[in-house]
Design a protein around this ligand. Structure first.
Ligand SMILES: [Zn+2]
Length: 231
């Protein structure tokens, strides 16, 4: 009974304040978040699987898109310019990707890469958590904070591959008991070298996780990482 009412409410709000495409800002029909033109463009964008190494294990990581073009622009808006509404769309798409990428996985908890307190204060939100929470809803799995960032490290974007791994070492710790004995799905916005996801996966194992899978919105080629806009 509640669901149709909620949907009708959403529809009415969309009519009053027409939704805009998260990529090009053009008005889209009620209930949509992406215009047909942008949908066609991103359908041609790559999605696939990569992996990171943690505790001698190969941790699979599903990604939706390459970090380029309109996808990169939308993530920069989302991450650095407060366009938080993009999160629900990324979450919905990524949830579908996860179902096909890991058909046999039985996830028991969804978590996200945490931000330091300073970064959280600056930005006001954790972009990975904003994606992971609705994603957990789409997959009908509980969301829980399972990690904490314990120190501010240098911004990854200016570092080489080896320095990135060293930079995140010791920056995270397991938090709470929700990962203990569980199959954990770890969410982040972008994977570049995989250093952050590898370290976070290790910390989830330290916190007792039985297995870890990762999923991100976009896969960035290390050499094409944005410099200026990521400060
Ligand atoms: Zn568009």
């Amino acid at each position: 009974m509640m669901l149709p009412l909620k949907k009708a409410g959403r529809f009415a709000i969309d009519l009053l304040f027409p939704p805009r495409c998260i990529f090009c800002e053009n008005i889209v029909p009620p209930g949509r978040q992406v215009c047909p033109k942008c949908a066609r463009k991103i359908n041609h964008n790559t999605c696939g699987l990569t992996s990171v190494q943690a505790d001698g294990k190969k941790i699979p990581c599903a990604f939706l898109y390459s970090y380029k073009g309109i996808v990169r622009d939308s993530i920069l808006q989302f991450k650095f310019h407060g366009k938080k509404t993009n999160a629900s769309w990324y979450a919905e798409q990524l949830a579908e990707k996860i179902k096909t990428a890991f058909p046999d996985a039985r996830f028991e908890v969804v978590t996200s890469v945490p931000l330091s307190k300073n970064r959280m204060r600056e930005r006001g939100y954790n972009q990975s958590e904003l994606i992971a929470m609705p994603l957990a809803n789409f997959l009908h799995i509980p969301y829980a904070e399972c990690l904490r960032r314990i120190e501010e490290n240098r911004i990854q974007h200016f570092l080489g591959k080896k320095a990135r791994a060293e930079n995140v070492r010791g920056a995270y710790l397991p938090f709470g008991l929700m990962a203990f004995g569980k199959c954990v799905l770890l969410i982040d916005d972008i994977i570049t070298t995989g250093a952050t996801l590898a370290e976070c996966s290790s910390m989830l194992f330290l916190g007792g996780a039985k297995s870890v899978y990762c999923a991100v919105v976009a896969h960035s080629e290390f050499n094409s990482v944005e410099k200026k806009q990521t400060l």
